[in-house]
Design a binder for this molecule. Structure first.
Ligand code: HEM
Length: 153
């Protein structure tokens, strides 16, 4: 039940991600853990801060992941993604806050499981970039798109 609601929420947030990833996503990347920034102050939900930062980093990473000469930079972007995913894991989406009290624990569990899938893929991606396996890394990035959109395993 909670999981179903999380899935439909993932579809809704999809729109925001597409807009951010395909449009020119303006603004300096936000950082987790407290750089003062307008995004943090403006965010209605604290989760928007790490998600926006992931949006910026992931957009850049998708463009350059196949380019071996950019691997040092790509590894930096993966680190930014991991930091922000870890920060996001400790937060709750608005939709979880809105769920009734009985449903909330399962809902949050589903949310964290999706973040954990992302973190596992980021570990794979990091190893591939370190090994110079850019074709594999590009495939992993596309898998992450799937995790981002649908929360599938
Ligand atoms: C690389 C992977 C991901 C990227 C690039 C990404 C990016 C984004 C972006 C740009 C937003 C819009 C933030 C805003 O409203 O300003 C967003 C929202 C959101 N994302 Fe992600 N995301 C990723 C993975 C995930 C995962 C694994 C989950 C787990 C469920 C998730 C859950 C959410 C939720 C719940 C919101 C709505 C936040 C809110 O406004 O309350 N995202 N994401």
């Amino acid at each position: 039940m909670g999981i179903e609601r999380l899935r439909s929420c993932a579809w809704i947030l999809c729109g925001a991600m597409v807009a951010t990833l395909s449009g020119g996503c303006a603004g300096a990347p936000a950082s987790p853990g407290g750089q003062e920034g307008t995004k943090a102050e403006a965010a209605e939900n604290p989760l928007e801060v790490p998600m926006d930062a992931m949006g910026d980093a992931f957009k850049a990473l998708r463009k350059q992941v196949g380019n071996a000469s950019a691997n040092a930079s790509s590894l930096g972007l993966v680190a930014t993604l991991r930091e922000n995913a870890t920060a996001a894991r400790g937060l709750a989406p608005d939709s979880a806050e809105a769920a009734d009290a009985a449903a909330r624990p399962a809902f949050l569990e589903g949310f964290r499981a999706q973040i954990d899938r992302l973190l596992a893929s980021l570990a794979t991606l990091e190893a591939q970039l370190r090994d110079g396996k850019n074709d594999d890394a590009a495939r992993t990035v596309e898998e992450i798109v799937g995790i981002m959109y649908r929360g599938k395993e």
